[in-house]
Design a protein around this ligand. Structure first.
Ligand SMILES: [Zn+2]
Ligand SMILES: [Zn+2]
Ligand SMILES: [Zn+2]
Length: 537
């Protein structure tokens, strides 16, 4: 069905994917209209309300987490404040207090300037001056919290593929396909690839991250002047053409489709017109999986790699349903610029199929970031909701294993790959495509099946189990004992747990996989993510 034409004629159009007859369009419209609202709804009274909630959170804040929650509220207040309203300056001013308390002095000073720029009331200016003075004094004491962490490769970058460390490279396997292989022995905890996501999407808590690069509340986020859900961390993100297209687009239940809307917008933005885009996609459909990887620092090559990502066409029947391809198509066609571009039936049919392919790729490859409800203090088993999602393109070069030697995580809009176990030269690098390392084989296979992924034949699924003696040895190791007793209060011991994990995995990481290794790997990836999130509270 995907990319199927109406006949075998060269000039034939693609089949009508959505089966969009005018009648169906109207029906679906009604359905969609149930739960959509414009995002062009700036409103000073909402801004005030949100600032008041922020103030309450600020007053009650007993730890950094609550202060960041207050910042999130002030950010939402900024999003709703009407143009030129005093609520803008008041929210910036209040946010600067949070940054001061968090010892983020640079951010505090920037917010004070932003408040003044936005017309902070003259009669209150003294308050701000005092805060600025306190901030400058505090800087002299040198107790500043460092600026947000940026991930770096642990080795020099590869010359051809600068997103890979030069300790690894692409190697062609017997099946003709390329995969990432170690060029030398690699220790535990080494970052071996960093990729900027092809697309990102923030699904909720719009005051918590930059809508483009997903930088979090530790930076001075600035609201979009028009809509109530976009914030930016920098001029560069503010100028992004993606948001220009999508600003004001109706959301509601459709929010989970926004990443697909964005990936299409990104593709459209690369070409002078629809015909060029069509030619490019047609050209790359002929591509087989055995071509060497492209250097994705070039935008079009990056898109080519995106189109070459694996997907499972068995999902297609589901995508045909009301909630996938059609809503993305509708959102896109409602954007005047896009509607005008896809001005013939031939082009619109092409667009439907392109959306289907993008959606399938996202389903198979995207990384979803959960928002951990920090109301509860345990690290594992917190309440999780989808906060953001992103899709990279080099994922396909890492095979899957239930006993992985590499972990894929996300930092802002970067996909970061780092080693979990000691790796010997020539060995392939494998990640686990699901967070299921602590599950038994039967459950893992079930999850893979549900995700449309092949049955796993990794060493852990097929190979022998660890001996009782080995497990006894690992369980009595002091590193293991420290980790397993301290994980419940991981936030208080991040650095220490992290070091013990590296030490344990360096000693035992090459042994037959067993639940003790699984526990330590999980503790390691959890504490490392917490360190990277820079929200250490
Ligand atoms: Zn940004
Ligand atoms: Zn906007
Ligand atoms: Zn397996």
């Amino acid at each position: 069905m995907l990319w199927k034409k109406e006949s075998t004629k060269e000039s034939a159009m693609y089949v009508d994917f959505c089966g969009i007859s005018l009648k169906k369009l109207r029906m679906s419209d009604e359905h969609l209209l149930d739960d959509i609202s414009s995002t062009l709804n700036k409103n000073d009274s909402v801004a005030l309300q949100k600032r008041m909630i922020g103030n309450e959170l600020f007053r009650a804040a007993c730890d950094a987490g609550k202060l960041y929650d207050a910042i999130n509220m002030y950010n939402e207040s900024l999003c709703f404040a009407e143009p030129k309203s005093s609520h803008i300056s008041l929210a910036y001013a209040n946010r600067s207090s949070c940054f001061l308390k968090l010892k983020r002095y640079n951010e505090c000073l920037i917010d004070i300037d932003l408040a003044i720029e936005a017309g902070y009331p003259e009669n209150l200016l003294q308050k701000l001056e005092k805060r600025k003075h306190a901030c400058l004094e505090a800087i002299k004491t040198g107790s500043m919290v460092p600026t947000a962490y940026e991930p770096k490769l642990s080795f020099e970058p590869d010359e051809t593929y600068p997103y890979l460390a030069n300790a690894v490279n692409f190697q062609r396997g017997e099946n003709g396909k390329y995969s990432v292989v170690a060029k030398e022995n690699i220790d535990v905890g080494q970052t071996i690839a960093i990729e900027e996501a092809f697309t990102t999407c923030l699904h909720m808590r719009y005051g918590s991250k930059c809508t483009i690069c997903l930088k979090n509340v530790t930076t001075n986020l600035i609201p979009c002047k028009k809509c109530t859900i976009a914030m930016f961390c920098s001029d560069e993100c503010q100028r992004s053409s993606i948001h220009e297209y999508e600003c004001g687009v109706v959301m509601g239940e459709l929010v989970d489709n926004m990443e697909n809307v964005r990936s299409i917008l990104k593709a459209i933005g690369m070409f002078a017109n629809v015909d060029e885009l069509m030619n490019f996609v047609e050209e790359n459909k002929k591509d087989n999986a055995t071509e060497p990887p492209a250097n994705i620092t070039d935008a079009k090559l990056n898109y080519r790699e995106f189109l070459r990502c694996r997907f499972n066409a068995e999902y297609l029947p589901y995508l045909l349903g009301a909630m996938d391809v059609y809503p993305v198509y509708k959102i896109l066609m409602d954007i005047p610029k896009v509607g005008a571009m896809f001005n013939t039936q031939r082009k619109r049919r092409f667009l439907m199929h392109l959306i289907a392919q993008h959606s399938l790729i996202k389903l198979y490859n995207s990384q979803n970031n959960a928002f951990i409800d920090i109301g509860t203090k345990t690290v594992l088993g917190d309440k999780e909701v989808m906060l953001d999602s992103m899709t990279g393109v080099i994922h396909k070069y890492f095979g899957h294993s239930c006993a992985p030697n590499v972990h894929l995580t996300t930092v802002n809009n970067k996909l970061v790959y780092y080693t979990l176990r000691p790796i010997k030269r020539g060995e392939p690098l494998r990640i686990s495509v699901s967070q299921f390392l602590l599950e038994p084989k039967e459950k893992r296979q079930k999850i893979l099946l549900a995700q449309g992924k092949p049955i796993c034949k990794c060493e852990r699924c097929e190979g022998p189990s660890a001996s009782k003696l080995q497990r006894k040895q690992l369980a009595s190791d002091p590193d293991y004992i420290f980790i397993s007793t301290n994980m419940v209060k991981a936030r208080e011991h991040l650095q220490e747990i992290n070091e013990k994990c590296v030490s344990f995995l360096t000693k035992y990481g090459r042994m037959t996989w067993c639940s003790e290794i699984g526990e330590v790997v999980t503790a390691y990836t959890t504490t490392r993510s917490l360190q990277w999130s820079t929200l250490q509270y």
